[in-house]
Design a protein around this ligand. Structure first.
Ligand code: PHB
Length: 386
């Protein structure tokens, strides 16, 4: 009897051990972001935002201390599978947080699905992530490429523009952004008369700007971000186009870039799920904390990184730090309204934010919010079966 009792106690202890370990040990977060290249500043802002949220929680989520490992993905799709495997197979991370580039995230979603590793996407808008590749353990804290673009198509049509030329880097994000703009613009009575592009991450815009001048459209719609957005806005003004042909885009065109763009960005209208002048207590507190911690002004990327931290925090709180409980993690995230600096939002069944898209205008060094272009906009999540 004594022997049986001892065995039972030992067996119970052995069973409890993994749980105790899971709760007591550090949780490894693998940050896969661009730290070099045209999107480098975006990667830094995302990491800062994520770290700020973890710091505010005392360095722990769901009772577990957070440990970071990092990979610079260089926004290079050809290296993406190797890079994500470094985190999953070499470093054994518990969760991957990344990335910015839509071509890179597709490889990440595949590895996350194949290995069952939790993935939280803090930027890349590729439709497949919360469409055909959606999964219970894949989440996005940012947007789909469709969302701000569709909202801008409606805005441009309502402004009475009849013809538009589009220009973007030729890859998934640009193609999807232009596609969604066209969908809404043409539904509203406009016509996209020409679609221009150049390979990512090229910035030789001159010949394309000459084509725009020759086509004389009512408006131009563009998807560029980071360093390329800085150069495009400056080149558009220098070419003399800004005076005659209004330039529109999703807010990536002017977010985190205004210092460098200066007067060339003044007056531009963009659509995005964030802006600089929301002036809500929640956003003011976030902006102050971010500026204090990093001596930088936050932008949309910082917010998305912060909210990726919130998604992880909500899931881990519900599972008491046990990230293997994927269904419980997902259920908690799906039923919580996330208290974001952008304004509260929810996560759809496909795990993409359902959120307001603001209309903003550049005034000085700010993307001033001048209204809501689309309220509670949901991505169509084509092909998602969950
Ligand atoms: C993307 O590749 O999905 C992407 C990159 C930069 C942005 C937005 C989307 O600012």
């Amino acid at each position: 009897m004594k022997q049986f009792f001892r065995i039972t106690v030992l067996a119970a202890a052995a069973l409890a051990a993994p749980l105790a370990m899971a709760q007591g040990s550090k949780l490894k977060v693998g940050l896969m972001l661009p730290y070099t290249g045209t999107y480098a500043a975006l990667g830094v802002a995302i990491e800062n935002g994520f770290r700020l949220y973890v710091q505010e929680q005392g360095g722990k989520l769901g009772g577990r201390e957070i440990e970071f490992v990092k990979v610079d993905d260089e926004s290079d799709p050809s290296k993406a599978t190797d890079n994500v495997n470094k985190l999953v197979k070499r470093d054994n991370v518990d969760v991957i947080v990344g990335t910015v580039h839509s071509g890179v995230v597709a490889a990440m979603a595949k590895v996350a699905r194949d290995t069952g590793t939790m993935l939280i996407v803090p930027n890349a808008g590729a439709g497949v992530v919360t469409g055909a590749m959606c999964a219970p353990h894949i989440f996005r804290s940012s947007f789909s490429n469709w969302q701000p673009a569709y909202a801008m198509g409606e805005v441009a049509a309502k402004k009475g523009h009849k013809t538009a030329v589009t220009i973007t880097h030729k890859y998934a994000a640009g193609d999807e952004s232009v596609g969604a703009f066209k969908e809404a613009f043409e539904k509203g009575g406009g016509k996209v008369v020409k679609q221009l592009s150049l390979p990512f991450p090229g910035v030789e815009f001159q010949a394309l700007l000459t084509e725009i001048a020759a086509a004389k459209p009512d408006a131009v719609y563009t998807f560029f971000a980071g360093g390329a957005a800085v150069k495009f806005v400056k080149d558009y003004a220098t070419a003399g186009l800004k005076k005659g042909i209004p330039l529109y885009g999703p807010g990536f065109l002017t977010d985190g870039t205004l210092e460098a763009q200066g007067a060339d960005a003044e007056g531009l209208f963009t659509t995005l799920h964030y802006g600089d002048s929301l002036n809500t207590p929640r956003d003011n507190a976030f902006r102050l904390a971010y500026a204090k911690a990093f001596k930088l002004q936050p932008d949309v990327y910082a917010v998305q990184g912060y909210d990726a931290g919130q998604v992880l925090g909500i899931g881990l709180a519900a599972t008491k730090g046990d990230i293997s409980k994927k269904a419980d993690f997902a259920a908690a995230v799906e039923k919580t309204r996330i208290d974001s600096p952008r304004g509260a939002f929810s996560i759809s069944k496909a795990h993409n934010p359902v959120q307001d898209i603001y209309l903003r205008q550049v005034v000085g060094k700010e993307n001033k919010v001048i209204g809501v272009a689309s309220k509670g906009l949901t991505d169509p999540a084509l092909g998602c079966k969950m």
